[in-house]
Design a protein around this ligand. Sequence first.
Ligand code: 0O2
Length: 237
Amino acid sequence: MMENELQKYFLGQELPQNAEAIGELFQNAKKFSDLLMMYQCAIREVRTKFEILNDDLSLHNNRNPIEMIKSRVKRPPSILEKMKRRGWELSIPSILENLNDVAGVRVICSFVDDIYNVAEMFTRQDDVTVLEVKDYIKNPKPNGYRSYHMIVEIPVFFAHRKQNVKVEVQLRTIAMDFWASLEHGMKYKKDMPNAEELISELKDCADIIAATDLRMQSLNERIHTENTEYEKTGISN
Ligand code: 0O2
């Protein structure tokens, strides 16, 4: 009942014909929009945590390890599609229990080491519970995808209640993000005639990018060491 009505409502199909069904539809829609608001609040909490870490590290280390933070609440059609694909019951308790990526925060860092440092500082906070970690940097996907994924749970405080909310956090470098944005376009194009060639080129690019990320990190360390030495001795190598 709820599944069909939500589907019709959110996929823009026709409205039910009787007043009772319309009333129920709007009640369900209200509950659903409250749910999305709750995920939006959890995103704000998580974003703030990363922004504070970035400000603090910037103040003490003179550089920002985080280049950018992006976030999104999964769109209703994508929620419905995933719940159906996985065979999960379409209800609010089931979304809360099963769907880990309704709230998504993507943290784009300058260097690979920054990813691990920032992730460690974030997960050390006592209101952050880590439910799952997938390290696609140490274990890249066969297509070359690299990122550090975490599912975390954080408490969100509302006027009269506290709700623990799951958020998917993805940490990656600027280069990994650039690659993933391009590769995302392949999601629905795996049957194209030249797909194999594109997949193979993308994999090559992912490997080049990973090697470049490490070279850039090592260059950064050398530049930093030389600058520190110069500040101490006034002698430049
Ligand atoms: P969107 O549009 O970014 O939300 P899960 O579905 O989360 O229960 P799964 O699929 O094992 O289980 O999760 P995983 O591997 O942690 O990946 C989830 C998200 O990571 C994806 O979300 C993408 O954002 C990103 N991702 C994972 N693999 C790839 C990849 O090969 N290429 C790119 N470009 N992104 C990837 P969605 O829901 O697919 O998409």
